[in-house]
Ligand binder design. Structure first.
Ligand code: ZN
Length: 247
């Protein structure tokens, strides 16, 4: 939008210098307009949507562990809390599957660790199903034996067109907002995406096995960027869905 305004100015004879002089002012003006214009529209797209936010792992299950010993379960919880708050402010009905450092199997569970993990996942899915959620967002951090890999990435079940749209929209926002990844949204088979009826997306916020990304993932500022990207991605996908249904 901003780019087009500058081109129009350039088309007028003798106004190239004026365009150059006005460019910084236009940039500030354009940014303000798009921000003010975009936020209420994004909020409208999310109003009354039932969105489950799943902070991956928790309690006995730390998930991945970074070189500086930061735990995936702590990072997913911090990001999920911020995401819940953004989505709620936009009018979405948010269900946080975990709000503390705990798993969902329950204190009195007496099976093996593997059975406990399975029960924990089954309860997460059951809660989303029981609440008739529209969207399921599961937050995780990636890890690999090689420390070289980095970048946030989304995954979705191949049989959900809606999940695919959300995953691609979030991935687009990661590329735009974070500016440090060229990864693409991918299909994947996960217990959660395979066992829920709603559009379910796994969001891997980055590689905890990469020392630089581990530092980013524990920073409040970077977590806010991630949350903004996830929030905008979900909102954008719903705006597109609205346009599609009105065609
Ligand atoms: Zn995980």
């Amino acid at each position: 939008m901003l780019f087009r305004r500058v081109l129009i100015l350039k088309r007028k004879p003798g106004s190239i210098i004026l365009a150059i002089l006005l460019l910084p002012a236009l940039c500030i003006w354009g940014t303000n307009i798009s921000k003010e214009h975009k936020l209420p529209v994004m909020s409208y797209a999310l109003a009354n949507q039932i969105i489950v936010v799943d902070a991956g792992h928790g309690g006995f299950d730390p998930g991945a562990i970074g070189p500086a010993k930061n735990l995936e379960k702590d990072i997913t919880l911090a990001i999920s809390r911020k995401l819940c708050s953004s989505l709620s402010q936009a009018g979405a009905l948010v269900i946080a599957l975990r709000e503390n450092d705990e798993d969902l199997a329950g204190d009195d569970f007496s099976g093996s660790i593997r059975e406990r993990k399975r029960k924990d996942l089954a309860i997460r899915v059951a809660k989303a199903q029981a609440n008739n959620a529209d969207i399921f967002i599961s937050i995780h951090a990636n890890a690999d034996v090689s420390p070289r890999w980095s970048g946030a990435q989304t995954f979705y079940s191949g049989n959900s067109e809606k999940a695919k749209k959300i995953a691609i929209a979030i991935q687009d926002e990661f590329t735009r907002v974070l500016g440090n990844t060229t990864r693409k949204a991918k299909t994947g088979n996960y217990y959660i995406t395979d066992n829920t009826d709603m559009a379910a997306v796994i969001v891997e916020v980055g590689f905890l096995s990469n020392a630089n990304e581990e530092k980013l993932l524990i920073s409040d500022e970077y977590q806010n960027k991630l949350v903004f990207a996830i929030f905008s991605g979900i909102a954008n996908s719903q705006l597109e869905a609205d346009v599609d249904t009105k065609k």
